[in-house]
Design a protein. Structure first.
Length: 495
């Protein structure tokens, strides 16, 4: 799977024109601790609310996170949700000049009410949608088409995200034909409809199993029927290829030249399927814009989509996370060792997912069973363990010119090889205070009986906790070094 890592590492910053139904997702979180006395329904005591991009806007966010330069085209209402969509797109550096505001038409908004079991685990209780899915007017449709045509010359891929919310009121053949004339890939994520003629001439279609069944009229129950469904879709659309996504079974590829292949995926513990299809669309668009082979592109989609379903809500998947996941699948997760900036980003992501981060630090010269026990116990106190290791220069200042015995990179590599250590970083300062300020861990761990724990005051200032763990008696690096020197002396006497 190294070829997948090489593929994603070589992704550039392609220009992608994304056309689709824009949405805003609102999440209302609260404690659901009792049943209403008025009727047998749970009562949600609101704790917080947050807004996220949805629909094609979420695909745009995914693309921007993967490194693409994105221009998005669609419609919103002249309302507060529409303003929020524009604000969030602006924060991501996404070109929203192709968005048309339509008076009297509400911005599509999906409001989810989420209960927090035991104040932590999120569970969606109810979704309330505000939308108008009637076709947009002919005037607005003409404006959308003009924007698309004017934007084609400066992009590598045209991505069409159709949720069936009225943006694509008639055939897209003229837009698709214009893009193909410019040698631009056209990738379509269709909505559940029996009429795929609107997508005729596209490069690639990405229906899921249900959508493929509706479009083809073939019930998919085997590899044979899947092949028949794909052939029917290719016949209707004259597309170059179709990728049918199959959830935990991976995906099925069929090209017009007859090539067919099933790309399996690793089964996941599914927490929330929201946004998984958007991640697949974004990865396919990114990969095709970078001239990636379709088989490799789909394999990357399986990894990215798998990461998404393990999370609650819609959270963009980064290149780093995909590479890290591939390394884990290969059993060689070298990316555990991160610089401070990369680790800070990873910790911020973990915090956004409600995960607790445990932090400890030390020289860890001559790794021994005392260290192993201490680190294992530390990991049990949270969801992720970060170990900060003193650099060689830092150890010399603290321990003297003869230390460390093991170089900083070798010490970091040994720690990273431990299953219960999630991330390792090397710091050059005499104390870990700067690292703590950057990461803001939930739990700070220190071993032994040191009277003052460096960083305690800072960690406790923002609500973090500090724990002291007992060291395993009879094990210390200093004692081991002394014993080695004593044994060496005896060998010299014997000679």
């Amino acid at each position: 799977m190294e070829y997948l890592i090489s593929t994603i590492e070589n992704f550039g910053s392609p220009a992608i024109l994304l056309v689709g139904d824009l949405m805003l997702d609102e999440f209302v979180y609260g404690d659901a601790e009792r049943i209403s006395p008025e009727s047998p329904v749970p009562v949600l005591r609101v704790v917080k609310s947050e807004y996220r991009l949805g629909g094609a806007a979420n695909v745009a966010m995914e693309l921007a996170t993967l490194g693409a330069r994105v221009k998005i085209v669609g419609v919103i209402g002249n309302d507060r949700p529409g303003e929020l969509v524009l604000q969030e797109l602006g924060k991501l550096g996404i070109d929203s000049s192709g968005i048309v505001r339509v008076e009297g038409r509400p911005t599509i908004c999906k409001r989810r009410y989420v209960g927090l079991a035991q104040h932590r685990h999120a569970q969606q209780m109810l979704r309330v949608d505000t939308e108008d899915s009637e076709p947009i007017s002919s005037g607005v449709c003409a404006e959308i088409r003009r924007i698309i045509h004017d934007s084609l010359k400066s992009v590598d891929v045209l991505a069409v995200e159709d949720y069936g919310k009225g943006l694509f009121c008639d055939q897209l053949s003229d837009v698709i034909a214009a893009a193909r004339k410019e040698s631009i890939h056209v990738i379509v994520d269709p909505h559940p409809t029996a009429d795929y003629r609107r997508y005729q001439g596209c490069s690639l279609l990405t229906p899921n199993r249900t959508e493929a069944e509706i479009a083809s009229g073939v019930k998919i129950t085997s590899d044979e029927t899947m092949n028949l469904a794909a052939d029917a879709i290719l016949s209707i659309t004259h597309a170059d290829a179709v990728v049918i996504t199959l959830d935990r079974e991976g995906a099925f590829i069929k090209r017009r030249d007859g090539f067919a292949a099933k790309v399996p995926t690793r089964q996941r513990k599914v927490y929330d399927v929201t946004g998984a299809g958007d991640v697949v669309m974004a990865m396919l668009s990114m990969a095709m814009a970078c001239n990636c082979e379709l088989h490799k592109a789909v394999a990357l989609c399986n990894v990215a989509g798998g990461l998404e379903v393990e999370r609650f809500g819609v959270t963009p998947v980064t290149r780093h996370e995909i590479i890290d996941e591939i390394r884990k699948m290969m059993g060689c997760r070298r990316e555990k060792i991160l610089d401070r900036k990369s680790l800070k980003q990873q910790v911020e992501y973990l915090h956004s997912q409600g995960k607790s981060v445990v932090f400890t630090n030390g020289c860890f010269d001559l790794l021994h069973v005392g260290h192993i026990t201490y680190l294992r116990e530390s990991r049990e106190l949270g969801d992720c363990l970060v170990v900060a290791v003193n650099s060689d220069a830092s150890v010399q200042r603290l321990k003297g010119p003869l230390r460390p015995i093991i170089s900083q990179q070798d010490r970091a590599t040994m720690l990273a090889s431990l299953e219960f250590v999630d991330y390792v970083t090397i710091f050059d300062e005499d104390t870990p205070e700067a690292v703590l300020e950057a990461l803001r861990p939930d739990v700070l761990i220190k071993g032994g009986s040191t009277p003052v724990i460096i960083g305690q005051k800072f960690v406790e200032s923002y609500g973090g906790s500090v724990r002291r763990l007992d060291l395993v008696e009879g094990f210390s690096t200093t004692d081991i070094v002394k014993k080695i020197l004593e044994l060496n002396g005896k060998e010299v006497e014997r000679d």
